[in-house]
Design a protein around this ligand. Structure first.
Ligand SMILES: Cc1cc2nc3c(=O)[nH]c(=O)nc-3n(C[C@H](O)[C@H](O)[C@H](O)COP(=O)(O)OP(=O)(O)OC[C@H]3O[C@@H](n4cnc5c(N)ncnc54)[C@H](O)[C@@H]3O)c2cc1C
Length: 501
C-alpha cells in the first residue's frame, strides 16, 4: 500500500510532495492535466512562503526565474496619485521583498525538486472515486491506459478550486459566490512606472493590478463585469482597460495568455476528512487581491506535511492531524476575509471611497503602519500561539515564544534557515545537550544555539527551542531538561514510536 497519494501537481501538491519525500514518506503525485499548465496564474511569492521553500532548497532556482519586488503601492487609478506604499524592505525576514514569478515556473522548479527526491509526477491521471476505512483509502483513477484502482494510506486533496477530492468526501465550500470576474493578461508592458513595485489601481469601475515579471513581461488584471461565457478579452480590450484605470501609463503587447477568471470567496468548514486532507485552493478560494492564494496553500502544505509524515510512518497518533485544521483553518478564514475587504475597498465609490482614501493616507504616511501592513501582506504575522502544539515552559523572557515562527537573527554562525534544510525537527539548545539527542533521536537534529540565537529567545541562561519542520516553534523552555522534551514529544505531539537514535 502506497503511503500518500497527492492529488494535484499545482504548487500546493508539489510542496506537500517534496516535504513528505524529504521526511521519508512514499508519495505518489497525480495530475489530471496531460502536461503542466502554461497559464501564469499566481505570480507572487511572499516572504513566509520563501522561508518555507528555502527548506526545500529551491530558492536559488526560483530567484533565477523571478523578479524581486520592493513594494506594493495602492494608486488612485484616474490620477495616478499614490495613496499608500507598503515597503517590504523592513519586514522581519531574510526575504525582505516579494518574488514575482509565473506559476508555471514555480511549478517547474518544485516538480524538478520532487523528481530529485524520487517522486514521480504522473500527468494525465485523475482521481475519480474514493472510499475510506480505518486503515486506508481505496481510490479509482482515470489514466491514459484506462481505469486503475489503488489502495493508499492517506490522500492529500490539492486539486484546486474545482476539487474532485473535496466533492468525493462530501465537503462544500461555504462563503460568498458573487461571481466576480477578472480580465487577466500575461503580456509585455511599456511603462514609465518602476518595475520593482506591484501596483493596485483603485478605480470606481473595478481595481486594476500590475505585477512586473522578469524583463518587460508583466501580469495585469482588471475587475470587470460578467463576460460572455467562453470568451477571452482581446489585447485591445486589455489596452482600453489599462488606459482607463492605469492613468494611461501602461501599453501592452505580445500577449501570452488572455483570459477571464471568475472568483468566489469561500472555504470548507473542515480540512480533515478522516484519511483525506484538503489543502490550497481545494480548501479556500478568494480574490487574487493581495496575492495570498498560492502562498496560503504552500503554507498549508508545509504545516500538513510533517504531521502527515509522522502519522503515515506510524510514529504519531492520527489525532496530530486535527491540529492541521486547528492551525490552518483560521489562517484561511482570515485570508478569505482580508482579500474580500481589499477587493471591495479597491472598488469603493462615493463616501466609502473618501473613507478609504483617508485610511490609506494614514497608512501611507505613518511609517510604522506601512511597515505593519507590509509584514501582514507577507504573511509574517501568521502564528500558532493558541495551538495545543505550542508549549511555553518556565519564565517567558522577552523574545520569541512558542507558536511564533522561529527567528533567524543576523549574526548567526549558520542561519537557522540553513539548519531547517535538514529534514525533521531542529532543537536549538543553550546549555548542555546531554540526553537531548537521545530523546530526539532520528526525529531531528540538536544544535547548540550561539549568542545571536540565544538573544532572539531572551535566554540569559539555559534554554531550548524545538523548531517544527514548518519553521514554527513547538516547545520553548528556559531549561534543557530532557524529560520535558520527552513529555512534549509523547504527550503533546503524541509521538508513539520511540525516537530511534
Ligand atoms: C485561471 C486562474 C487564474 C488565477 N490567477 C491568479 C492570480 O492572478 N493571482 C493569484 O494569486 N492566484 C491566481 N489564481 C489562483 C492560484 O492559481 C491558486 O491559488 C494556486 O494555484 C493554488 O494552488 P493549488 O495547488 O491549490 O491548486 P492548482 O494550482 O489549481 O492545482 C490543482 C491541480 O490539480 C489538478 N487536478 C484537478 N482535479 C484533479 C483530479 N480529479 N485528479 C488529479 N488532478 C486534478 C489540476 O490539473 C491542477 O494542476 C488563479 C487560478 C486560476 C485557475
Amino acid at each position: 500500500m502506497g503511503d500518500v497519494l497527492v492529488v494535484g501537481a499545482g504548487p500546493v501538491g508539489l510542496t506537500a510532495a517534496c516535504q513528505l519525500a524529504r521526511l521519508g514518506v512514499g508519495v505518489r503525485v497525480i495530475d489530471a492535466l496531460p502536461e503542466p499548465t502554461t497559464e501564469s496564474r499566481a505570480v507572487s511569492i511572499h516572504a513566509r512562503s520563501m522561508e518555507m521553500l528555502a527548506a526545500l532548497g529551491v530558492v536559488p532556482r526560483l530567484e533565477s526565474l523571478g523578479r524581486r519586488i520592493a513594494a506594493l503601492e495602492i494608486v488612485d487609478g484616474p490620477t495616478g496619485d499614490t495613496r499608500a506604499r507598503l515597503d517590504f524592505g523592513g519586514i522581519p525576514s531574510r526575504y525582505p521583498y516579494l518574488l514575482d514569478i509565473p506559476q508555471p515556473d514555480t511549478e517547474a522548479v518544485l516538480a524538478a525538486r520532487a523528481t530529485e527526491l524520487g517522486v514521480v509526477v504522473e500527468h494525465g491521471v485523475s482521481l475519480t472515486a474514493l472510499t475510506q476505512d480505518d486503515t486506508g483509502v481505496d481510490v479509482t483513477l482515470a489514466t491514459p491506459a484506462g481505469e486503475q484502482t489503488a489502495r493508499v494510506g492517506w490522500v492529500v486533496g490539492a486539486d484546486g478550486g474545482h476539487s474532485t477530492t473535496r466533492r468525493l468526501v462530501g465537503a462544500h465550500l461555504e462563503g460568498a459566490f458573487h461571481g466576480e470576474h477578472f480580465a487577466m493578461a500575461d503580456v509585455d508592458v511599456a511603462t514609465d512606472l518602476d518595475r520593482d513595485t506591484i501596483r493596485m489601481f483603485a478605480h470606481r469601475d473595478g481595481i486594476g493590478l500590475l505585477f512586473p515579471l522578469r524583463g518587460d513581461r508583466a501580469r495585469i488584471m482588471f475587475l470587470v463585469g460578467t463576460p460572455e461565457p467562453g470568451t477571452a478579452p482581446s489585447l485591445a480590450e486589455v489596452q482600453a482597460l489599462a488606459d482607463a484605470r492605469m492613468d494611461g501609463r501602461v501599453t501592452v503587447s505580445n500577449p501570452r495568455w488572455l483570459a477571464y477568471f471568475e472568483i468566489h470567496h469561500a472555504q470548507v468548514p473542515q480540512y480533515r476528512h478522516g484519511r483525506v486532507l484538503l489543502a490550497g485552493d481545494a480548501a479556500h478560494i478568494h480574490s487574487p487581491a493581495g496575492a495570498q492564494g498560492m502562498n496560503t496553500g504552500i503554507q498549508d502544505a508545509a504545516n500538513l506535511a510533517w504531521k502527515l509524515a509522522l502519522v503515515a510512518q506510524g510514529r504519531a497518533d492520527a489525532s496530530l492531524l486535527d491540529t492541521y485544521q486547528d492551525e490552518r483553518h483560521p489562517v484561511g478564514a482570515t485570508v478569505v476575509r482580508g482579500t474580500t475587504v481589499l477587493t471591495e475597498v479597491g472598488t469603493a465609490t462615493g463616501a466609502k471611497a473618501a473613507v478609504r482614501d483617508a485610511a490609506l493616507f494614514v497608512v501611507g504616511h505613518v511609517p510604522a503602519l506601512g511597515a505593519a501592513a507590509a509584514t501582514t501582506a507577507a504573511e509574517l504575522r501568521v502564528h500558532h500561539r493558541d495551538s495545543v502544539l505550542s508549549v511555553q515552559h518556565g519564565h517567558r523572557h522577552h523574545g520569541a515564544r512558542a507558536g511564533d515562527h522561529a527567528p533567524d537573527p543576523e549574526g548567526t554562525a549558520v542561519p537557522v534557515e540553513e539548519l531547517l534544510a535538514r529534514p525533521g525537527f531542529l532543537l536549538l539548545v543553550r546549555g548542555a545537550v546531554d540526553g537531548l539527542e537521545a530523546v530526539l533521536g532520528d526525529l531531528g537534529s540538536v544544535v547548540s544555539a550561539d549568542d545571536a540565537v540565544a538573544a532572539a529567545y531572551g535566554w540569559g541562561g539555559d534554554g531550548m527551542a524545538l523548531v517544527r519542520p514548518d519553521g514554527y516553534l513547538g516547545l520553548v523552555a528556559d531549561t534543557v531538561d530532557a524529560d520535558l522534551l520527552r513529555r512534549y514529544l509523547t504527550e503533546t505531539l503524541r509521538v508513539t514510536a520511540p525516537a530511534r537514535v
